[in-house]
Design a binder for this molecule. Structure first.
Ligand SMILES: Nc1ncnc2c1ncn2[C@@H]1O[C@H](COP(=O)(O)OP(=O)(O)OP(=O)(O)O)[C@@H](O)[C@H]1O
Ligand SMILES: [Mg+2]
Length: 217
């Protein structure tokens, strides 16, 4: 089986507390899964481990079959891994919406015109083009989430890691985001408490406990 993410016997600890251990996952190419679980059980921590922001205490992480032995190893996959943070303020890099969404394209060498055009298109897809000249930090919670998502999707990642993508979104926006994610034929790991949303987008739902990921019946 061709896997985009493989986790073997992963253990994570914060302070003295073991969050989870013996956690295994084989995420196949283009598979979409959701991870649910109680507040504080370690869902965000697990996404950070998969996204190369934190190393596990034990166990291994492979991205496209390549073992990630240090955070440095993730560097070559940065453009392929799209990470939406639980807290949108952690995501922003530039002050204005359009600059922030265009940032990854400019960093990859796109011209100003090209980056701006594609950023405007992405904002349009999410129905928030009217926000393009706003200052990101003055947006509402839901608007921030959508701008952050536009910044992630514009980079055309091959693996999407989404931490609570629908918090603060109104119902219409939840449907719009679900439709966009459903239409993207790439691997996705979605952490969410929103069952209606995840049932619309993903193939499998896992429940995270101290003993790892358990498939929901
Ligand atoms: N930087 C940190 N310093 C200290 N404790 C932390 C830190 N980050 C996370 N924790 C703790 O680790 C545990 C797991 O946190 P995590 O954010 O991964 O949980 P979660 O499942 O995403 O929760 P939620 O559903 O509330 O988002 C929590 O008890 C949290 O307090
Ligand atoms: Mg969390």
């Amino acid at each position: 089986m061709s896997c985009s993410v493989t986790l073997k016997n992963v253990k994570a600890k914060i302070g003295d507390k073991i969050l989870f251990e013996n956690l295994n996952l084989n995420l196949s190419h283009k598979e979409k899964i959701a991870i649910i679980g109680q507040n504080g059980c370690g869902k965000s921590t697990l996404l950070e481990i998969i996204g190369g922001l934190k190393m596990p205490l034990e166990g291994s992480v492979e991205i496209f079959h390549e073992p990630m032995k240090s955070l440095d190893d993730f560097r070559k996959y940065r453009n392929l891994l799209g990470f939406l943070f639980q807290n949108s303020d952690d995501q922003f890099i530039a002050p204005s919406v359009i600059e922030d969404v265009a940032f990854s394209l400019l960093a990859k060498g796109a011209s100003n015109d090209e980056a701006r055009k594609r950023a405007e298109f992405m904002l349009g897809e999410l129905g928030i083009l009217h926000l393009k000249n706003e200052i990101v930090f003055y947006l509402s919670g839901g608007q921030k989430k959508l701008v952050a998502l536009a910044g992630v999707l514009i980079a055309q990642p091959k693996i999407l890691l989404l931490d609570e993508p629908t918090t603060a979104l109104d119902y219409e926006m939840q449907i719009k985001v679900a439709n966009i994610l459903e239409s993207l034929d790439i691997a996705q790991i979605i952490v969410s408490h929103d069952k209606e949303f995840i049932n619309k987008v993903v193939d499998k739902v896992y429940f995270l406990t101290k003993d790892g990921l358990n498939l929901e019946a």
